[in-house]
Design a protein around this ligand. Sequence first.
Ligand SMILES: Cc1cc2nc3c(=O)[nH]c(=O)nc-3n(C[C@H](O)[C@H](O)[C@H](O)COP(=O)(O)OP(=O)(O)OC[C@H]3O[C@@H](n4cnc5c(N)ncnc54)[C@H](O)[C@@H]3O)c2cc1C
Length: 467
Amino acid sequence: MRKKAIIIGGGLGGLATALTLSKQYEVHIFEKNASLGGKMKVIDIDGFHFDFGPNTLTMPHYFWRVIEPFCSNPKEKLPFRHIPNATHHQIGAHEVVFTIDEAEMKAQLRKMDEQSAENYPAFLMEIKRLFRLSEETFLRKTFFKKSDYLSLQLAGDLLKAHPFQTLHTFLETYFPHPEVQKLFERFATYIGSSPYATPATFAMIAYFELVEGTYYLPGGATKIAEVFTELLHQQNVHIHTTEAVEQLATDGEKIIGCQTTKGLYFADIFICNGDYDLFQPLLGRRVPYHELSTSGYVELIGLKQPVPLHHHNVWFSSNYKQEFTALRKGHYAPEPTVYSCYPYASDTSHPPALFVLINAPNATASDEQQSIHVTKALEKWGIPLEDIVLRKKLPPSYIEQNFSVRNGAIYGQASNSLKSSFMRPANRDKKYSNLYYVGGTVHPGGGSPIVVKGGYHVAKRILAEIK
Ligand SMILES: Cc1cc2nc3c(=O)[nH]c(=O)nc-3n(C[C@H](O)[C@H](O)[C@H](O)COP(=O)(O)OP(=O)(O)OC[C@H]3O[C@@H](n4cnc5c(N)ncnc54)[C@H](O)[C@@H]3O)c2cc1C
């Protein structure tokens, strides 16, 4: 008889785990929402289509690898297309469009600062090295027990990855110009952290966009969740939507069952894909104390006609440092950086629309001012306000309530210190040996490619170790 696995939460990490386990296990997914995908969620309003959550898509091969065993042509199933000039940055009086073309990047940086342009190739070399090191020592590894953390090899590799320098000071060594520094400091927000506190190791995030490139999927990023769901059905995975797990039944050092809103289920192994902190009380534990990552204030904007924007657009705050100081104190920035995603620039299959995001504190700070900042940014981007036919505001409480996220903190624990960066919650519970964790709030961290990779490796290790 096949062993049984229960996955709690249908986010991307849980789906990757479920699919990989489905080869040998009878898998059940319990998701409190009506559809799978978690933060990757379709929102259709008045004829406009929006992809909530992941908009910047990178590392297609991480997704292909997970679906490969279950379809004949993963590249056709998820036909990622490269966006050559993906992200337009407006920074002071300067404009920089990120591209994987090194000469083009140098030419753009040269207009800001000669020395920064000269140092760009060395920066690229270093982020390539950091990425390779991180893949080998961290991203590909799962952490099940203490000895997984305590290896000499891991400690040695970590020391080679600038753990004691902040991202900001690391960037200063390559780019003397403060506005060039900011361009690359923004990568810290991909893990909901501050570039002035997060270890320089995370400069490797820049590798995704500047070396491998940025992609889109025709029809929308949410195609990823759609394809995973289709393959899970094909694998006969039992999908229980609108069914939340409320309690766990334990016997000594094992979880034996879970009580959902609809019934009691038993299994051999349990995998939590929901927010790690909020899951702990189900085990009779206190919610852990640690600094949380940032949240997001989002506006979904439907447009009467196309606008002259790139697929991704960033309007930088004039005082980036102040933005992170405010966020870490639980306030919005007085003058925030505004990001917008305009998929119509690459794919005209849906009417023109914008997903706008402002970094938000992971607390209940008032967000009334934020729509004023969004309006200002829209004006600066040259979008006539009379062309806006739909405007939906989604504050951090939307993230908190819809995806059961502690304080709306998108990435769980913040990576604003050495310890919090490299000692994220492990992939196996410290007491219950058949309870595992996947997703953005645990090792190796958040972002759609990383949670998919993490879920895949946890499932592979379970398949290898538990016969
Ligand atoms: C506004 C925003 C913008 C983002 N932008 C990007 C981007 O551009 N690029 C990128 O790569 N990533 C981006 N991300 C991050 C990315 O979305 C996440 O890191 C990733 O999708 C998280 O996946 P996960 O596996 O952790 O699961 P989650 O998406 O967190 O899903 C967990 C699921 O578990 C369910 N759940 C929780 N508790 C229970 C329970 N007790 N019972 C049943 N179900 C439960 C929840 O309802 C949820 O559906 C963004 C996220 C947000 C919110």
